[in-house]
Design a protein around this ligand. Structure first.
Ligand SMILES: [Zn+2]
Length: 147
């Protein structure tokens, strides 16, 4: 019985009903269209995923694996520049499209992957070319997380 009750309780706690609509919203807010296109150019094909603003407490972005939709915190989005926005969208698309999990490897003072659990806009600026290669090329060596 434990095995059934526990995951169910977690599921109900995690999926707040007010967010239910957002989970199934496959539209892309105009704010994110350019970033999605940029991702698709690197990826080499179009991706089917909704990206919209939402309000969240403990994160600035979230990927709903079940529906493949992304929600972005508007306060964070409005407070950062171009590069940090790309880092956030690419990170969430890394989850939702590339099925990547978090990667906590470091290279010096910077994460070895854009899939690091926290955003580091300074590092992203500095090593952008590397991060994009690491994100899309699964054979790219440093920070390779086994996916
Ligand atoms: Zn993440």
């Amino acid at each position: 019985m434990m095995y059934i009750v526990l995951p169910l309780a977690l599921f109900i706690n995690t999926v707040v009903w007010s967010q239910f609509y957002q989970m199934f919203n496959t539209s892309v807010d105009p704010a994110f269209v350019d970033y999605k296109h940029r991702f698709e150019r690197h990826y080499g094909k179009p991706v089917s995923v909704g990206i919209n603003f939402g309000e969240m407490e403990n994160a600035v972005g979230v990927c709903y694996y079940v529906t493949g939709n992304i929600e972005i915190d508007k306060d964070y989005w409005d407070s950062v520049g171009e590069s940090a926005r790309e880092e956030l969208i690419f990170h969430e698309l890394g989850h939702c499209v590339l099925n990547k999990e978090h990667n906590e490897y470091m290279m010096g003072d910077c994460p070895a992957s854009i899939m690091y659990p926290e955003l580091t806009p300074g590092c992203y600026d500095k090593h952008k070319e590397y991060y994009i290669k690491e994100l899309f090329d699964k054979f790219y060596p440093i920070g390779y997380n086994g996916k």
